[in-house]
Write a protein that binds this ligand. Sequence first.
Ligand SMILES: [Zn+2]
Length: 313
Amino acid sequence: MKEKNIFCEICSEDKIDNFTEILPNAKVKLVKCNSCGFVFIPQHSREKIEYNNYRDEEVLKSVRAANNYVRFRRHKLRIKLIKKFKKSGNLYDIGVGWGHFANTAEKLGFDVDGIEISETMHHYATNDLNLKIDRGSFYEIPVKENFYDVITLWDVLEHLERPLEVLKKANRMLKDDGIIVIQVPQIDSKVAKIQKEKWPMLSVEHLNYFSKSTIKFGLEKSGFKVLKFKTSYELKLFLMFTVLPLLKRKKQKATDKEVSISGSERQNFFNKFTNIPKPLLLLGLFAHDVAYNFLSCINFGEEIIVIARKQTV
Ligand SMILES: [Zn+2]
């Protein structure tokens, strides 16, 4: 019998006996590499996700209806963190998405480049937000080397099939003292440990489930030195992926059954919280920032932000 295709992207382990299946009741098949501890969906169980058409017209409508000031405030927290290490300079965002982070970075003093593969998202980022970003696959696109001060990946690395290749390419793009900033779901976070197989971050789209030690190991193998870890809990994702399904399940009395929720439905649900009178909104945003920083301080969250510097030999 032909052996199933399995390969640890972090330490190159490829013997099938050296992987252990974990969380067998989760909706995705997960294995842990016995050599380095990296958790991922094995190559032979992956579904093909078509990122070229990621997000449809309906989602675009609800994204356009959302409050841009809320986004600016959210991303300002990220820029504040980056500015502790780099005050300004050339920033490259891998997986720009709708472009609100890149837009905020530009407004707050960075020269921004980036790449997005999804046509709808790229269209919005370039037309609605006037960003100058490329469209395509990061693996293939020619890039400037030794040019960037900061490279960012916000909720992107978990989607990519060859994370180490991405980190190594990013490393070449950075100047000698350049930094990389990565946010990924964290498999050894408090929320993941509490929710186990019910953790909403377990998804067919997320191939890689980094822990503090495996992201550090992956970064070191790609020529980086970790400077800082920070716990992150995205309130928006909590509302869209935990609160909304809960409300829907209750309404449909579909106890434990999976309810189907479209991307636009999630965004519209979030919009309800942000399309409110300005004084109330400002109060809400203040409360959000306090809550976000507090949770981060006590290490309660489901994602990790890692900041690492390019190592020069
Ligand atoms: Zn491994």
